[in-house]
Design a binder for this molecule. Structure first.
Ligand SMILES: [Zn+2]
Ligand SMILES: [Zn+2]
Length: 449
């Protein structure tokens, strides 16, 4: 260990940890860390940390993240949920698995020491195989080298079916590094090191006709990974799909799916070559295919890639699906309309808000609702609401809006004390002070109130 780390609560603390890049695979962060740590001692130091948990190096589902967080140079800088949501592949699967399974996978990634068997079975039951090699986009590499001085492995690029870069719309390049679980320290390979020995052959350039489908798959995958979507519920997903099929007259009046029409239509939409590439072609005479599993009473979860393929076929996408299912199923803040908490407005405490956008807190994984009112007042709070009182709580005011600011301008003419004004406006005195200063500092803003 030497002078490379210090003991802190029995955990070895790191001296530095690399910056994390957007959509970077945790494996990539560790690979860069390994690359920087040129001298042997530092390498030993790092692997002292991870030896008991070699699956920290896992490309797919790293584990023991709590231990990693504890040993960071500044503890609390990142939570294990932060790593999971922003630097692992779990968010790709989350919407399509049950809440239970999502929680279990999260717990394993946080606390367990590499339970590979469970982790691999935790991947949804399906015949879509892993990508064989780690992939990258040469234009991303160029850009990152210019702006950051180094490049990194992206999460999105490694996912099954992703053959093009959703940012640059170009074919990805397959590196010579296998996309598998890694058990040995020397298997941490940074993208920087990998480019040197890989030949620059782009993927599947003979699939030009299907480019728009590959681009769609890449974009939707990127959306899944970077929007922290909660499990949507297997039953809700099925019902959503059936309702869309209904609109295309692919369901009988008795509610039966017209398989004889649906399957050829689906196959034709993509073509056999593309569906074979993505291991998702449906043989017309089979009656227990992945599509059957997806549309019947769901017992198993289906691979996200297949959800994506079916969504494009239906003329939908992840975002439209989430908003349609979200409005009928997951309601951590109950049904709207919600209450306006702008004390400066006449309609204070009246249920008039119809917009509640739900996101997930990076650190805790809890739902956050952002509520916007026509008076311009926007606030958020952490959920889920547990009691009736919760609906009267503001977590954070995001926007004060014109009604509130007008009232502030009004009150400030009356020579009231800060405390009195704060009470009338429903905030603390410091906020009143801050908002008054910002009004004065920006006279234009004041005029435009
Ligand atoms: Zn790119
Ligand atoms: Zn309002």
């Amino acid at each position: 260990m030497g002078n490379n780390g210090e003991k802190k609560n029995g955990v070895t603390a790191m001296i530095f940890f690399p910056n994390l890049y957007k959509d970077e695979l945790l494996f990539s962060v560790l690979a860069r860390f390994y690359q920087y740590s040129g001298d042997v001692n530092k390498k030993h130091f790092m692997f002292d940390l991870f030896d008991s948990s070699t699956t920290c190096a896992s490309t797919i589902f790293p584990t023991n993240l709590e231990k990693l967080c504890e040993s960071l140079p500044s503890p609390n800088a990142y939570s294990s949920d932060y790593f999971i949501n922003n630097h692992t592949l779990l968010p790709y699967y989350s919407p399509f698995i049950t809440n239970d399974r999502e929680n279990k996978l999260r717990l394993i990634m946080k606390n367990e020491d590499g339970t590979n068997i469970f982790m691999s079975s935790g991947r949804t039951a399906s015949t879509v195989k892993n990508e064989k090699k780690l992939k990258y986009c040469i234009l991303c590499v160029d850009e990152e080298k210019q702006t950051q001085g180094e490049c990194y492995w992206h999460r999105t690029h490694q996912i099954e079916g992703v053959k093009v870069c959703p940012i640059h719309n170009t074919w990805l390049i397959e590196s010579s590094n296998p996309f598998t679980e890694r058990k040995h320290k020397h298997e941490y390979i940074s993208l920087e090191d990998s480019i040197r020995d890989s030949d620059l052959i782009s993927l599947d350039t003979n699939l030009k006709i299907e480019f728009k489908h590959f681009l769609y798959v890449a974009e939707q995958t990127d959306y899944l990974l970077n929007n922290s979507i909660q499990p949507l519920g297997l039953e809700n997903l099925k019902n959503f799909y059936i309702s869309k099929l209904n609109k295309q007259q692919l369901v009988t009046l008795e509610g039966r799916i017209r398989w004889k029409q649906l399957i050829p239509k689906f196959n034709e939409y993509y073509g056999k070559q593309l569906l074979d590439t993505l291991e998702s072609y449906i043989y017309p005479d089979e009656n227990d295919t992945w599509l059957h599993k997806l549309l019947r009473k769901p017992r198993v979860s289906c691979h996200p890639l297949r959800h994506i393929l079916f969504l494009e076929f239906l003329g939908e996408n992840i975002s439209t699906m989430v908003s349609q299912i979200g409005s009928t199923s997951y309601k951590p803040f109950g049904n709207g309309p919600w209450i306006c908490l702008n004390k400066a407005a006449d309609h204070f405490h009246k249920p008039i808000l119809t917009s509640c956008v739900i996101t997930r807190d990076y650190k805790t994984g809890l739902p956050i609702g952002t509520f916007s009112c026509s008076c311009g007042f926007v606030f958020s709070r952490k959920g889920p609401d547990k009691t009736n009182e919760d609906q009267f709580k503001i977590g954070r005011i995001k926007e004060f809006g014109c009604v509130w600011k007008e009232k502030l301008a009004d009150l400030s003419q009356k020579g009231l004390s800060l405390r009195k004004m704060a009470e009338i406006l429903g905030v603390d005195p410091m906020t009143v002070k801050r908002m008054m200063i910002s009004n004065v500092e920006d006279p234009k803003k004041y005029l435009l109130l």
